[in-house]
Design a protein around this ligand. Structure first.
Ligand code: C5P
Length: 230
């Protein structure tokens, strides 16, 4: 790494380990951690709590209207532990990981105008300092000029197991089969949508994390960062 890049991107599907690894990398480098999925989750949580009919009706323009109406109540703050998102005086954390939000988020993220809105927020936050940007389209759409891009993958079974253990540790009761089904459905929706589908960005280094611990993945990334000179 000749000079410190402003943006390092890490993309990948649900449960690929990108959030854990991105957090470790941000901490290691003293960078901000830009978790784009958290923004999509926050907007989905907004609809779940403020306008559930918009979600169940599946009408994208109504969803967008609702989001635009409530957007000014959100505040976003960037740190190396991730994005702090508040809605009014309420800090949003665990609620963004609820199964109800998980199930609905890819429908909300498939709306092109919602993506534009999220991308503007991401770029604004990245303007404040160096970031590790983590998500589905960070290296392909939002920060295509990033000098270092990574794409993490793992089999659906490994990813479902990780998510299942995560939920169980939090006391959320759900079967592993159910998690696997949801992960496959979300993969399918995220990969087949017409706007910014999940894909390997051009120039990204692909890392299969199925057999690797987060520390091992971090080591691969650091080796790449410090041994190459883009
Ligand atoms: O990464 P995370 O699981 O928090 O993302 C939640 C959802 O947000 C994904 O399933 C996807 O539908 C959407 N997303 C996206 N583009 C991103 C990040 C997340 O469409 N860059």
């Amino acid at each position: 790494m000749k000079e410190r890049p402003r943006v390092i991107t890490i993309d990948g599907p649900a449960g690929s380990g990108k959030t854990t690894v991105a957090r470790m990398l941000a901490r290691h480098l003293g960078y901000g951690l830009l978790e784009s999925g958290t923004l999509y989750r926050a907007l989905t949580w907004l609809l779940v709590t403020q306008d559930p009919e918009a979600l169940s009706g599946g009408d994208p323009s109504r969803m967008l209207r609702s989001i635009q109406e409530h957007l000014p109540r959100f505040s976003f703050e960037l740190g190396s532990e991730g994005l702090r998102i508040s809605f009014g005086s309420r800090r949003l954390q665990e609620e963004l990981r609820l199964p109800e939000v998980e199930r609905r988020v890819s429908a909300v993220a498939a709306i092109p105008e919602v993506r534009n809105l999220v991308n503007d927020i991401l770029k604004r936050l990245a303007g404040k300092g160096p970031v590790v940007a983590e998500g589905r389209d960070m290296g392909s759409v939002v920060f295509p000029e990033a000098p270092y891009k990574f794409f993490l993958s793992a089999s659906p079974e490994v990813r479902a197991r990780r998510r299942y253990l995560e939920w169980r540790a939090k006391g959320i009761s759900v079967s592993e089969e159910e998690v696997l089904r949801d992960i496959k459905a979300r993969d399918e929706r995220d990969s087949s949508r017409s706007t910014a589908p999940l894909s390997i960005p051009e120039g990204a280094r692909v890392i299969d994390t199925s057999q690797l611990s987060p520390q091992e993945v971090l080591r691969v990334i650091l080796r790449e960062l410090f041994s190459s000179h883009p």
